[in-house]
Design a protein around this ligand. Structure first.
Ligand code: XIL
Length: 379
């Protein structure tokens, strides 16, 4: 009878267990950056639904932080004065708990995706300051209160800064009706509703030196007035070339110097040409497309894949360099098929801004970010 092959096999398995554990373990975004920052994803109702096991499986494997792309915004969660709709939002919390992800609340006070009634008084005229403050407080109490202890942090106020002109603040209905102190009130109400949650001021385009300086001024004032702000969310809707790496790095450094947490809240890299110089992420911005603005409908060519991979590697190099200040990096979407950049600022385009393609397969950019994550850290 031939000798049993078992001891030999046993030997092999032991050797593999001793020498190959790292290779056998899948390198994921959440694992390679686990000692640096959490890595998040914004999902929407479509990606989160049971009909998409590929998407939910991928999200749970790769990410340890979750943001609802739309479902916690005022319009969705509080569509009418006396009606809250928590069904969709609850599903994110449940999913996150199940997969050991933290939950980020987005967003309590914004000028967009907020129903018109919010800013109206009983008689159809604009609401008064008192009416709107009460409405804001009730909303924050109801929403942040419901998820108390479950949400790690809230984007309390989104996009209050202006993009140009002499005014620091955007002339939103919040500011017009309440005044500049609407921001302070929102943060105080949020602290009251959930004393443990981190509270962020969130905006786009903060890499622009002028807007960044305004943000620093705004937040410094809040700190002086003892307004409970814990961090600044830099949305980070980037393009292939802009903003410069220097400005991305300086943004993190300037905010960290205020003693605040820095969170990257909505990272993506728009790869399509715009009609002028690449513009900002103002949700109200609309452009008309032409034959030159949608070049990759048949696929994203290898040379462009490489450009995107290099851009992401450079960006993550900065995040790693500042890993003591950067608390989290969240991608605004899972795969290219469902990114908001297919519709913004020009409708109906085929964009490729994320780490996973339309079939949710990892792109060279994903590999590049993972490679960065496996490099030794400098002290
Ligand atoms: C976007 C969503 O991705 C879209 O699905 C929705 O139609 C509009 O809003 N800045 C923000 C996000 O803070 O809430 C925006 O999300 C993108 C820009």
């Amino acid at each position: 009878m031939p000798a049993s092959p078992r001891p030999f096999l046993l030997c092999l398995t032991t050797a593999a267990a001793l020498f190959l554990p790292a290779a056998a373990e899948e390198a994921t975004l959440r694992s390679v950056f686990k000692d640096d920052f959490t890595v998040g994803v914004a999902l929407n109702g479509w990606t989160l639904s049971d009909r998409n096991p590929n998407a939910t499986g991928l999200a749970a494997r790769q990410f340890n932080s979750l943001t609802a792309e739309n479902d916690m915004k005022w319009q969705m969660i509080h569509p009418q004065p006396d009606r809250y709709n928590f069904t969709a939002a609850d599903a994110y919390v449940e999913f996150a708990e199940k997969h050991k992800m933290e939950v980020i609340g987005h967003t309590l006070v914004w000028h967009s995706q907020t129903p018109r009634w919010v800013f109206e008084g009983a008689d159809g005229k604009p609401a008064t300051r008192e009416e709107l403050l009460k409405r804001m407080r009730d909303h924050i109490q109801a929403v942040a209160g419901r998820y108390k202890g479950k949400v790690k942090g809230w984007d309390v106020v989104n996009e209050a800064l202006s993009d140009g002109g002499r005014e620091i603040l955007r002339d939103s209905p919040w500011r017009k009706i309440i005044g500049d102190d609407f921001i302070d009130h929102a943060f105080r109400y949020a602290r009251e509703a959930d004393p443990e949650a981190q509270l962020y001021y969130n905006d786009y385009g903060l890499e622009d030196p002028r807007k960044r300086a305004n943000c620093v001024k705004l937040v410094k004032g809040m700190l002086e007035r003892k307004v409970p702000v814990d961090g600044i969310g830099t949305q980070s809707h980037f393009h292939l070339v802009q903003p410069s790496l220097e400005d991305i790095e300086k943004t993190i450094a300037d905010f960290a110097a205020l003693g605040l947490k820095v969170v990257v809240t909505e990272l993506d890299v728009d790869v399509l040409p715009g009609r002028g110089p690449s513009g900002n992420a103002d949700i109200g911005r609309r452009e008309q497309g032409d034959s030159t603005t949608n070049p990759y409908t048949a696929g994203f060519p290898p040379d462009m894949q490489e450009k995107l991979a290099k851009r992401y590697a450079d960006i993550f190099g900065i995040y790693l360099k500042h890993r003591k200040s950067v608390d989290r990096v969240t991608f605004w979407g899972l795969g290219d098929g469902h990114t908001w950049l297919n519709g913004f600022p020009i409708r109906g385009r085929t964009n490729h801004p994320l780490l996973f393609d339309r079939e949710l397969k990892p792109k060279p950019a994903f590999e590049a970010v993972i490679r960065k994550g496996r490099e030794p850290r400098s002290p």
